[in-house]
Write a protein that binds this ligand. Sequence first.
Ligand SMILES: *[C@@H]1O[C@H](CO)[C@@H](O)[C@H](O)[C@H]1NC(C)=O
Ligand SMILES: *[C@@H]1O[C@H](CO)[C@@H](O)[C@H](O)[C@H]1NC(C)=O
Ligand SMILES: *[C@@H]1O[C@H](CO)[C@@H](O)[C@H](O)[C@H]1NC(C)=O
Ligand SMILES: *[C@@H]1O[C@H](CO)[C@@H](O)[C@H](O)[C@H]1NC(C)=O
Ligand SMILES: [Zn+2]
Length: 960
Amino acid sequence: MGKVYYVSQNVGLGLLVLAVSALATIIALSIAYDKEKAKNQGKPGDGAADSTSMPTPSTTQFTPKEPWDYYRLPGSLVPVSYDVTLWPRLEPNKDGLYIFTGNSSVVFRCVEETDLIIIHSNKLNLTTFNGHHAKLSGLGEATAPTIKKSWLVVKTEYLVVQLSNRLAVGATYVLHTEFLGELADNLEGFYRSEYVEDGVKKVVATSQMQATYARKTFPCFDEPAMKALFNIIIIHNQGTVALSNGREIDSVIEGVPVKVTTFEPTERMSTYLLAFIVSDFVSIQSNQNNNLLIRIWARKKAIDDRQGEYALNVTGPILQFYERYYNAAYPLSKSDQVALPDFNAGAMENWGLVTYRETALLYDPVLSSTGNKERVTSVISHELAHMWFGNLVTLKWWNDLWLNEGFASYVEYLGADYAEPTWNMKDQIVLYDMQKVFAVDALASSHPLSRKEDEVNEPAQISEMFNTISYSKATTLFFKTISFKFLTPPFPCKFISALSLQAYLNTFAFGNTVYTDLWDHLQQAVENTPEIFIPDSVHNIMNRWTLQMGFPVVTIDTRTGRITQKHFLLDPDSVVDRPSQFNYTWFVPIKWMKSGMEQQQYWLLQKTVSGDGWVLANTNVSGYFRVNYDPDNWNRLLSLLSTNHQVIVNRAQIIDDAFNLARAKIINTTLALRTTKYLSKERDYIPWESALRNLDYYILMFDRTEVYGALQAYLKKQIQPLFEHFKTITANWTKIPQGHTDQYNQINAIGIACSMGVKGCRELIKSWYRQWMENPVHNPILANLKSTVYCSAIAFGGVEEWDFAWTMFQNATLASEASRLRSAMACTKVPWLLNRYLEYTLDPTKIRKQDATSTVQYIARNVVGMPLAWNFVRARWSYIFQQYGKGSFSFSNLISGITRRFSTEFELQELKKFKEDNVHVGFGSATLALEQSIEKTTANIKWVTENKASVLKWFTEEST
Ligand SMILES: *[C@@H]1O[C@H](CO)[C@@H](O)[C@H](O)[C@H]1NC(C)=O
Ligand SMILES: *[C@@H]1O[C@H](CO)[C@@H](O)[C@H](O)[C@H]1NC(C)=O
Ligand SMILES: *[C@@H]1O[C@H](CO)[C@@H](O)[C@H](O)[C@H]1NC(C)=O
Ligand SMILES: *[C@@H]1O[C@H](CO)[C@@H](O)[C@H](O)[C@H]1NC(C)=O
Ligand SMILES: [Zn+2]
């Protein structure tokens, strides 16, 4: 998918609210994730949360005996093509149920003798023919054996057809089925989305097949390597439009009420990339790219408001960029992108018919913020990257998902950079991928990027592959390897890596691969280029990063000249019970500088450094490791920060490393805090954001204790100059800063300043919100500042401010505006308002199902809301689990979100009890998140005990 939401979190906003008063409240700003990450969310002003889920080990103990007991297809039959007709009904039937009907004929070849046809089918009511669920015929010379019996296997989601005789190897057969399914509103398979326009309820039929839901739409060989051609026909009401992967070639009116739309045959493709949509959406289009038809579809009102224009503007250029980058033409005849009112992931890269949440595709030049715009660009860029990498060439099985997603998440920066060259998108990889995955991959419970094929079988295990490690660790690795950042000289290598990538795509077009195929092509490129030096083969270097979990901390001791590496673990007392064949050592490419001079890059263990100038390593942050120094060098770096911080190019990383080394007890906590002392002089966004994210942990741990007062006083002092700086350059908050990231930094400045109590800030915000309340049709708040202002105003206000936001939320016609208001309403400090809001999350007419779990997380982010959300979730666990526990990708974040602040023995006991009490209900895709929460709470308790006194002392001394 698109990205699973990458969610990064908007710490600025979080801090803002956190700090809003002595009582302190918080905001949660963000959330979301999904399969396709929706990265970018975490820009200040938008908010998003963090996805830290990881695969859960299988809990089911069951020994397969029969071929249909296995989750993987036997492979004896291979599909060639399908003819599928689908007819979704957009009105309920007499039982009040929404349904679809259809039929499918799959042509398949027998490659191994068998008397069984095993094909996926889930939750479909199949019509019987002479008592059997299907009809079989032979194609050409082949005669089909008769069907002896047929049955459905619920557990492994199969239709099994037992034949009286064996199928012949090499022969081709046709299996015909007719079926009826429910068009449920559960965001999976062929499903229903509803919205209201001009007071009228509209129903849309749409689909989400990844990873294992095509089988809920029609019986099919539902594995990514089972590629086939698809001939699709959709029957739909007049006045609606039907879309699918191919271009519509014919649409005829049949009888009075319905139209029959036929689509051109697809290319050879995987079932998880199919898509079907019937709606009354309208589109805008362009034909700029060599007559390639590019369309953006959405609700009529959104298109009339020109919210699709920006997406249309960037799609053509991004496709052109990829055609050159991959050196391969866009493989299809059209590119449709559709904004859906209900969508679980951020977006999904269905081939030729990409689906999005509205917030990931629609942009309003007046009402949307810069963060909204960046998200649209990045998500489109990510999805379009998949049209080649993922769709044209597909991984054989889900265990290699990381290659697909990591690659798309890496090149999305290149595509977005091409579309918006002034944004310096590539600089943000550090914040949005690297630091994010560092946090998860430093736990003893992390897991290697690459899993064995036979470790990933059941649908729930497949869902769990869509996690931070798969997306962000792989992205970070690609940033290093595909861009050959670690090789010198950089320029020709970049070119070579592009060539090897092109060769890879060419070799495997319309087929499937495993990840080592890509390493083979890179190795080839290295061998053809004598100038490149690498210390071992591409396979051997990469295996250490992909087959063992975690990453190293590299320690540079300038006193002895020694450089060493060690597996970095956030909790030094944690036990790694996963042995590694590489003993947790890596080939580490080190770029470094000495006294301001770039030094020759080298591979760790080859060389030593010495001398007394200051040494700085991982200068362009191209390596996936942390760096520690001897105390003298740390002091040299700190003094450089206070006198001439610009010299240190990777300030954001120094801060992040220091805080994390302190968490791991490798350096003193006060040394980490000292890296923030120079911030009163910092004007750049990335170092500020990095510091705020790290201080966020201190806020979460201490916002219910006396440390918070001193912390607030310190941050107030540090942020004041930044607040004044933006006040000046924006002519008293009337203009927008020029630079892309300066706009984000302004949002942080105002948000933190208000919550830390900088003079004048709160009044400013209250007056803006008040003006809007007085004249709701005219919102005077600058789009970029809306999230911050709404949240603060609601936090400072009462029921009147909240109810106004609720009204505006219900009336919002722009999804990103609705989403800002939804997160801001969680900022109130009034308990009954928070409880009422929690109840709203269970009512889909108030809060959409896709938004329910993220809303609970926003509330939990608020220090007042946290215990309320925890009680709410505990009390209704079995209901919540039923509703969201199966297919929702954000589900695991519910537990991690609520427990983030847990740091007392009492909370740990509550968590353990919750686990015991609900064993019979289960935790589904949140299973590992629950384990991690227990691990993290234990670590938090220890950390607070050990650090509280010195942190209080430090903030107290530094705030005066
Ligand atoms: C499928 O059949 C079952 C059993 O007859 C029935 O309960 C169910 O409602 C049917 N599904 C639909 C969508 O009609
Ligand atoms: C799209 O491009 C057109 C033509 O360059 C431009 O006038 C318009 O402002 C752009 N729209 C957006 C939302 O960027
Ligand atoms: C790992 O350590 C073991 C025991 O010390 C050693 O035999 C083995 O060669 C090491 N493997 C690697 C890859 O360094
Ligand atoms: C950390 O630094 C503080 C202040 O310099 C000092 O008092 C404390 O003993 C140090 N702690 C450790 C564990 O070194
Ligand atoms: Zn993706």
